[in-house]
Design a binder for this molecule. Structure first.
Ligand code: SF4
Length: 205
């Protein structure tokens, strides 16, 4: 039987983690996760405060320039504005304005891929999944859970094998928050890290 030394430490550090993105409706979560690519959750929450004042019908018919203006702080505004509008149009046309529990459909929406779908399905449908983003990749490499050369698919596979299936949803959020706030890409806070003397081979102290 494997001995997982990482999860108990994550539980102590980040107990009962919650999705850091603000949303009320299913499509709002999908849009928020899509918008979160290459930016911070704080910025996403800042723009969705304004964006989600509009209905899905509003977004489907809104000028791209107006959407772009609202979401500018998250970066890649032109492309993400197109995704917002396209997702709104598709969900209204195909699924009555809701996010269906249909992986093939959701993964094929504009700007939504496997990772985004994993995050959304984990949160909305409580589906066991372990989405691998830039934080999960960096942290799992530093902790030696995967090798430096592993790609995203290999990392997901190895993490799913390492952690219990019941923990996948929670581990994803814990690794993201750990990467955002402690094991940062630049200047990780190794002095304060509980992994510094054991699991982590990349401690900067
Ligand atoms: S010791 Fe530093 S590099 Fe290693 S996991 Fe902790 S914060 Fe990250």
């Amino acid at each position: 039987m494997k001995t997982d030394t990482i999860k108990p430490i994550l539980d102590k550090l980040i107990p009962h983690p919650k999705c850091p993105l603000n949303y009320e409706k299913d499509y709002e979560l999908l849009l928020a996760v899509m918008l979160s690519a290459q930016t911070t959750d704080e910025r996403v929450n800042q723009v969705t405060d304004v964006l989600f004042e509009y209905t899905l019908e509003d977004l489907a018919t809104m000028d791209l320039e107006k959407i772009e203006d609202i979401i500018k702080p998250v970066g890649m505004g032109k492309r993400k504005a197109q995704y917002v509008k396209s997702i709104a149009i598709s969900l209204l046309k195909d699924r009555d304005g809701h996010v269906p529990h249909d992986r093939a459909y959701v993964e094929n929406l504009s700007g939504v891929g496997h990772k985004t779908c994993n995050v959304v399905f984990s949160e909305l449908f409580k589906e066991p999944s372990l989405a691998v983003d830039t934080h999960v990749t960096r942290v799992s490499k530093r902790l030696g859970l995967v090798s430096e050369t592993d790609n995203v698919e290999e990392i997901e596979k190895k993490l799913c094998a390492y952690f219990d299936k019941d923990d996948w949803r929670e581990v994803h959020v814990q690794l993201v928050l750990f990467g955002r706030h402690l094991c940062k890409a630049i200047k990780p806070l190794c002095e304060d890290c509980p992994f510094k003397n054991s699991e982590c081979k990349k401690s900067r102290i």
